[in-house]
Design a protein around this ligand. Structure first.
Ligand code: PMP
Length: 404
């Protein structure tokens, strides 16, 4: 059996999304900016897709949603643009991010730090959560922007974006949130929050790869990312990738429906059941309480079981999971969030992330549970650091250590 439980890295393209995209490769392939029927053939599809994208995040129509190639691009653009506008050519010198942002934010601010910008890293607590009160004290009159992710890719922890956005508004500081792991999983309603910029990416919610977006609130304009033919309101020139935009629109519509229709509650039920069973294994820890996590994610540590060894066993059983951000997982480094919460070194290397989707089935979860139990037994049995006496049955562990 093959089981894909790495949906925070990327997701399967929904069949309906694929079907909607297809005509834009071979029939309606015109450049939307040209002046003939091939161009105008693309306009209705593009318009509908953009309407679905706005609706999916409840963005006011006067605001901009600029299509980019990915969340990495959106994150780079907003931070580098603010650097140009407010730091290099303004009187600010300071950016605040959380210490567990995705590398597309952390590497960008490191780059800006080398150019002279000051960066403050907001810590997470031992449950993997940001404490918004700490943010208030960090903001100064030199702070140009605060960039805090909506949901963490490793733990699924949902950060208090409402509170953070309120603080930024009161302090008159720009606020960007990387919502790549939130959009399509939980309600994202831009009319009920004070967010200036928001990043997301289609391939995290069953859309195609290579297409993402940056939401920009009216009055908070950025400098263009790509100068040229002035597509995307002049923000990002270059011929539009119509098929990808149509795909993102359909994927957004389906994801929003799943969140509203409680289909995501079924994902949560499956995740919770899986987690309860995993926690029956002795010496296991989950980082963030499930009530404040996205419904699909578990970051779990099995003491004495090297994460990479576990992945190897699972992969042989046809199961895909992860030990850390996909971009860094070939480095054999410990999980960055485990490090940030101050986990002991032997635990930091044992984290495994399971991320489900609305296509995950009960049968797949049951199969995975058995495979994890066998892997833990085998790997603890050969571990030099773990003194382990196997339980009588692999299904009934002795201790349930619960959450960290
Ligand atoms: N931000 C977060 C929180 C992510 O999880 C990811 C993908 N792992 C990214 C940004 C980058 O997304 P993309 O692949 O679309 O560049």
């Amino acid at each position: 059996m093959n089981v894909y439980l790495d949906n925070n890295a990327t997701t399967i393209v929904a069949p309906q999304v694929f079907i909607e995209m297809e005509p834009y490769f071979v029939q309606k392939y015109g450049n939307p900016n040209s002046l003939h029927a091939y161009a105008s053939d693309t306009h209705p599809g593009l318009k509908t897709a953009m309407e679905k994208i706005y609706a999916g995040i409840n963005a006011p129509t006067e605001d901009s949603v600029v299509i980019t190639a990915c969340a990495t691009e959106s994150n780079n653009w907003v931070l580098k643009s603010i650097y140009f506008q407010q730091i290099l050519n303004g009187d600010k010198d300071h950016i605040i991010v959380s210490e567990v942002e995705h590398p597309s934010v952390l590497s960008t601010v490191k780059f800006l730090e080398n150019l002279g910008c000051k960066v403050t890293y907001l810590p997470i607590n031992n449950e993997g959560i940001i404490e918004a009160d700490n943010l208030s004290d960090m903001i100064t009159d030199k702070t140009a922007i605060v960039s805090i992710m909506w949901a963490n890719n490793e733990t699924g922890a949902i950060f208090p974006i409402d509170e953070i956005s309120q603080i930024c508004k009161e302090k008159n500081v720009l606020f960007h949130t990387d919502a790549t792991q939130a959009v399509g999983k939980i309600v994202v309603d831009l009319q009920s929050l004070n967010v200036d910029y928001l990043t997301f990416s289609a391939h995290k919610f069953h859309g195609p790869k290579g297409v993402g977006a940056l939401y920009i609130k009216k009055g908070k304009e950025l400098i263009p990312l790509l100068h040229g033919g002035a597509q995307m309101d002049g923000y990002r020139s270059g011929t539009l990738n119509v098929a990808a935009i149509v795909g993102m629109g359909k994927a957004m519509e389906m994801a929003a429906e799943a969140v509203e229709s409680k289909k995501m509650d079924e994902v949560r039920r499956l995740r919770d059941e899986f987690e309860d069973n995993l926690l029956q294994i002795a010496d296991t820890f989950v980082v963030t309480p499930r009530e404040i996590r996205t419904p699909n994610t578990i970051l779990i540590s099995f003491r004495g079981v090297e994460g990479e060894s576990m992945l190897w066993d699972l992969n042989r059983a046809g199961i895909a999971a992860s030990t850390g951000s996909a971009c860094a997982s070939e480095d054999l480094e410990s999980n960055p969030v485990m490090e940030a919460i101050g986990a002991e070194a032997d635990l930091a290397h044992t984290a495994i992330r399971f991320s489900l989707s609305r296509y995950t089935t009960q049968e797949e979860i049951d199969y995975t549970l058995k495979a994890v139990n066998s892997a833990v037994l085998r790997l603890r049995g050969i571990s030099s650091s773990y003194a382990y006496s196997p339980p009588e049955s692999i299904d009934t562990g002795k201790e349930n250590n619960g959450h960290r």
